[in-house]
Write a protein that binds this ligand. Structure first.
Ligand SMILES: [Zn+2]
Length: 308
């Protein structure tokens, strides 16, 4: 189940649209057979209106939840929304709540009470997003939403044995991405912002964050610049052949490599992630299988990460 506030637009013929572009259902269908979208809904009178993107696809169903936005509506609809979310979550294996959102926050509460596994997807700094939204409602709601989001993040950290600070740092991001706990290593303090920006000799600066994340998760960089490296499938120039290197290879335990692959995908500056047990991730495409047998064979015991 995916929970958010966005009002999906329902046409008379049953088709569902978005006026904010496509939604990344493929991310969830990568690990789930079906996705139930619990969010607000609006009737769409004119599906021919410009700027609409169809968002229904096989395996995805939409369940309208009453709006919780606005101080008066919130209390009137809260009980009904909670009951609907409980009913939907009973039939789901797990929850992905995109925050900041009222429905996402409520869904996390319901999941915690029912001991359902959940992950929180944090879109941006909720205070900035709402404060800069341009309306007085946004300014009123910014601190409430910031506090709710922080509380959800703290609860997630506590459940996963992470340092509870309400901030989505590398450890928490990794745990969110892997859906499993990452042990906090008391011997190695969390990398400071300064440490994560420290120059890494011979590695393109767009990959420094990926290097810092690997180290913070207890993995090692086993290879970066290899002057004559070629691509296993087809023999073209590898990103490892550039100096500074546009690719790194990262290794650790099987579980740590899987967690790292999922955590590093989607980070700024990252173009491709390949790790055979997880698949291949490409910016703008998402996770897919690995087509080339040679590429699959080469990426069993390390995670390959490269930049544009
Ligand atoms: Zn590589």
């Amino acid at each position: 189940m995916f929970a958010h506030d966005y009002p999906f637009l329902h046409a008379p013929d049953g088709a569902v649209y978005s006026d904010r572009g496509g939604w990344p259902w493929h991310h969830y269908l990568h690990f789930a057979d079906r996705v139930t979208v619990a969010s607000r809904s609006k009737e769409l009178a004119d599906p021919a209106r410009p700027g609409l993107t169809p968002v229904d696809r096989e395996g995805v169903s939409f369940e309208p939840i009453p709006s919780l936005s606005g101080p008066r509506i919130r209390f009137a609809h809260r009980r009904e929304a909670r009951a609907r979310l409980r009913g939907l979550l009973d039939r789901a294996d797990a929850l992905v709540a995109r925050l900041p959102s009222e429905i996402g926050t409520l869904a996390v509460e319901v999941a915690e009470r029912g001991s359902k596994p959940y992950a929180v997807e944090l879109v941006t700094c909720t205070w900035d997003a709402l404060w800069n939204y341009g309306t007085w409602q946004g300014k009123v709601y910014a601190p409430i939403s910031w506090w709710q989001t922080r509380r959800a993040v703290r609860a997630f950290q506590a459940r996963n044995g992470l340092e509870v600070d309400g901030v989505v740092g590398p450890q928490t991001r990794a745990a969110l991405a892997g859906g499993a706990a990452v042990p906090v290593r008391s011997s190695s303090p969390r990398p400071s912002r300064r440490a994560s920006l420290r120059a890494v000799r011979g590695v393109d600066r767009r990959l420094w964050g990926a290097v810092a994340l690997a180290r913070s998760m207890g993995l090692e960089i086993i290879s970066a610049h290899r002057p004559s490296a070629t691509i296993a499938s087809g023999g073209g120039r590898s990103d490892h052949s550039y100096y500074p290197s546009r690719a790194i290879d990262v290794a650790g335990s099987a579980a740590a490599m899987r967690r790292y692959a999922r955590a590093v995908a989607g980070n700024r500056g990252i173009d491709i992630v390949i790790h055979t047990p997880v698949g291949m991730w490409q910016a703008g495409v998402g996770w897919t299988g690995i087509d080339s047998a040679a590429t699959a064979r080469d990426h069993v015991n390390h995670v390959h990460v490269d930049t544009f």
